[in-house]
Design a protein around this ligand. Structure first.
Ligand SMILES: *Cc1c(COP(=O)(O)O)cnc(C)c1O
Length: 370
């Protein structure tokens, strides 16, 4: 099998043909010629159903995920499609108590009123027993956002399958290079490609991959009916971004290691978590199931005011609520309603030079004081 870099650079591009562009342009159309009455329906006939620019990126991501990829207009549209296609009245949906907050809110606000019991489990908690009884779907998020806790995908998948539930894994922090949930036994992998997959902070996009053609068919139908379709231009930009995912991830992971190590030695900082650190509580399980690390870490300062002083003093860390981009960014998660300490910061290491980044972070922390 070829390496990650080669697959990122070449994935989804057509075979060489004289006169054809190396990088096909986005197909910006809502409608396609249908031919004359009686002609068979062409593969492409309407922009809400399919588009060649989608198929190119779906081919690249599907190959990385080890399944068939279905793109959506955002990570939440992807999660919403997974919930809609798997939830059944009277059968529970089980979600992480500490994962991406909107997935939980969506289930609680929109599925529970339709008679779908919604249960939550901490990512690092026990995913077996009564919580799985009568469940139709278990959604995991590992490493979790923002806590960077980890759970054992293969072990939970075995328990969930024995209980008759499907397993979906939100792979956003790990990325399609960092972890292959389908290989580990999951039925579905979802991702917010707004983050590292597109990688430049210029698009909102998501996808679901599955190996079972029945699930793939249901997702495609859900996309066409639900209408949460990606724009061809966003798709094209994400495909261009994917080409450098291997390079970006390598730099981001190296920077995350350097920043996490430096943060640990600073008196203003507590509770530094990055699964790649050998003595992180999540390291053993993460190292077993992840292929490589990424740039997302978290740490805690004394208060919300301390975080504000840190962000004000830093020249390289921008305050933004996304991650996986070229620039290092940080987000104080309590402001969004996550059940975390007010001083908890999720930091996304970017592609700056490690020495510059570490120097900047340490200088900003000194401005915070103790
Ligand atoms: C950002 C994020 C989402 C939502 O994705 P959008 O593209 O913003 O809709 C879902 N899950 C996780 C883990 C995320 O970080």
């Amino acid at each position: 099998m070829v390496g990650d870099g080669t697959r990122c650079v070449h994935g989804g591009y057509p075979a060489a043909e004289p006169g054809a562009p190396l990088h096909p342009a986005p197909v910006l159309t809502s409608a396609f010629h249908l031919g004359v009455p009686g002609d068979p329906l062409p593969r492409d006939f309407y922009g809400r159903v399919d588009n060649p620019t989608w198929r190119a990126l779906e081919s690249a991501i599907g190959e990385l995920d080890g399944g068939e990829c279905v793109l959506f207009s955002s990570g939440m549209a992807a999660i919403s499609a997974v919930l809609r296609t798997t939830a059944r009245p009277g059968r529970a949906v089980v979600l992480p108590a500490d994962g991406y907050h909107l997935a939980r809110t969506l289930a609680e606000e929109e599925l529970a009123p339709l008679g779908v019991p919604v249960r939550t489990v901490p990512t690092a908690g026990y995913w077996g027993g009564a919580v799985l009884e009568g469940a139709s779907l278990v959604l995991l998020e590992t490493p979790s956002n923002p806590g960077l806790e980890v759970c054992d995908i293969a072990a939970v998948a075995a328990l969930a399958h024995a209980a008759g539930a499907l397993v979906a894994v939100d792979n956003t922090t790990a990325t399609p290079l960092g972890q292959h949930p389908l290989e580990l036994g999951a039925d579905l992998v979802v991702s917010s490609d707004t983050k590292a997959v597109s990688g430049h902070g210029d698009v909102v996009l998501g996808h679901v991959s599955a190996a079972d053609p029945v699930l793939v068919g249901r997702l495609r139908a859900a996309r066409s009916r639900g209408g949460a379709v990606p724009g061809p231009l966003e798709t094209w930009l994400a495909h261009r971004g994917l080409g450098t995912l291997d390079l970006r991830l390598e730099r981001q992971a190296a920077n995350a290691r350097a920043v996490a190590t430096a943060l640990r030695g600073h008196p203003a900082v507590s509770d530094v978590r990055w699964p790649g650190l050998e003595d992180d509580p999540a390291h053993a399980v993460a190292a077993r199931q992840m292929r490589r690390w990424n740039g997302v870490l978290r740490f805690t300062l004394a208060s919300a005011a301390a975080v504000a002083r840190f962000l004000e003093a830093s020249r390289l860390v921008c305050s933004a609520t996304s991650f996986g981009g070229l620039r290092t960014s940080a987000d104080r998660r309590e402001r969004w309603g996550d059940a975390v300490p007010p001083g908890l910061v999720r930091l996304s290491a970017g592609c700056e030079d490690a020495t510059d980044l570490v120097a900047d972070v340490l200088a900003a922390l000194d401005a915070v004081g103790r």
